[in-house]
Design a protein around this ligand. Structure first.
Ligand SMILES: C=C(O[C@@H]1C=C(C(=O)O)C=C[C@H]1O)C(=O)O
Length: 387
């Protein structure tokens, strides 16, 4: 590996992120390993099939749909990038990796206390009418028997009275969402950011794991958690929504693996919601890479619908905003090609003072319009509460 290594002792790892102002950067916190990786300053983009052996990590994304049209998503995603500098924080240690000629210099990594700021903002969209229309169109397609489930989403436009402080949003997301993967990708003035609870796939040697995460109930008061979780576990509509995702992931894995183990369905508790969750493990065939598994699994019916192709066609016909990196695979891969891809939900695109926040819900035959709208509002809270 052509990187120099050194231990750092920053009071707050976000100082590293802040030291590379205006440069392309990625932030990826994995709560399962309690590991933070920050990559800063693009070294190069890697072509498909390239070896990653020279790099501590590479960052990889692909937009939800293969192409994007809107200017606001231009240049974001559909790349695998090696950075010149990485800060890796784990087990109380901060290790800096710097590519040989691109070393920033110790003096340039300054201790900067990132402060939480409260942004004053105004919602520019009150979209219940649009939601109703989208919901009705999709439910019609379900009634006609064309699809069983479609995941529809909203884009909420939020105008802040100053430029958004990405550091502050990151700090808040980390503090308020301890069970989520907190990520940010900054490029050319725009940041895609979020706190997602959902793993698309992770791979370690020959073991591959995916999570079916679908089915949601609101988290009312903490004292009500057990009651709410039981309601969710026993609710036929939510179990059906979940089963569609679980069956799909299991069937894809079985196409490529003789050993697939489906775990028990449990609940995942987040700040404002509970979800149904099932882990599915498989033994990967020797020749498959992590990215092959992403290609096979994305988009699962947790983000697209079922049957997948028909659901995607319905989404592109009726949703009026572009998804870009929302609900898309976002991954961190190590030198051996192993790593993790999460899906970019509970997320937003930040461009100066504008925030485009996204949230969606799985719609099945028995879904109710107002209830799903409320659910999407609760999903939006991850972003709103971090502003
Ligand atoms: C689509 C989103 O979330 C997905 C939809 C869920 C549901 O409909 O129950 C639950 C978790 C996610 O798989 C989102 O947060 O935007």
């Amino acid at each position: 590996m052509l990187y120099q290594q050194k231990e750092l002792h920053l009071k707050d790892a976000l100082s590293f992120w802040q030291s590379f102002k205006h440069e392309e950067r990625v932030f990826f916190y994995n709560p399962l390993e309690q590991k933070l990786i920050i990559g800063a300053r693009r070294l190069k983009a890697l072509h498909e099939g390239a070896s990653y052996l020279q790099f501590p990590y590479v960052f990889s994304t692909r937009t939800f749909f293969p192409t994007v049209k809107e200017q606001k998503w231009a240049g974001l995603g559909n790349e695998t990038i090696a950075f010149a500098n990485y800060l890796v924080v784990m087990d109380g240690k901060q290790i800096l990796y710097s590519y040989k000629d691109c070393f920033l210099g110790w003096d340039n990594i300054q201790e900067q206390e990132p402060t939480s700021r409260s942004h004053v903002y105004e919602m520019m969209t009150d979209d219940y009418g649009d939601w109703q229309e989208l919901f009705n169109n999709v439910q019609q397609e379900i009634m006609l028997g064309k699809v069983k489930k479609v995941v529809i989403s909203r884009e909420m436009k939020i105008a802040c009275n100053t430029s958004v402080s990405v550091e502050s949003v990151l700090k808040n997301l980390l503090e308020k969402n301890p069970n989520s993967f907190v990520f940010a990708y900054y490029k050319e003035g725009k940041t895609f950011i979020g706190a997602t609870p959902e793993v698309l796939v992770c791979k370690e040697k020959e073991q591959v794991i995916s999570h079916a995460l679908a089915g949601t109930i609101l988290r009312s008061e903490p004292g009500q958690d057990e009651k709410q979780k039981n309601l969710l576990l026993n609710d036929p509509k939510n179990r059906h929504e979940h089963q569609v995702v679980l069956d799909y992931i299991t069937s894809v894995m079985k196409r490529f693996s003789d050993e697939v183990i489906v775990g028990e369905t449990t609940t995942l508790t987040l700040k404002n919601l509970h979800h149904l969750k099932t882990c599915i493990k498989a033994k990967s065939d020797d020749n498959s890479s992590l990215q092959d598994w992403v290609e096979r699994l994305h988009p699962t019916p947790a983000l697209g619908g079922y049957p997948v192709r028909e659901a995607l066609e319905i989404i592109s016909r009726y949703e009026t905003h572009e998804r870009g990196l929302y609900a898309a695979p976002i991954g961190m891969i190590n030198e051996h090609g192993d790593g993790i891809f999460v899906v970019g939900i509970r997320s937003a695109l930040i461009d100066k003072n504008m925030v485009y926040a996204y949230a969606g819900c799985g719609i099945v035959e028995k879904s109710e319009c107002a209830q799903e709208y409320l659910e999407s509002n609760n999903k939006m809270k991850s972003i709103l509460e971090s502003l």
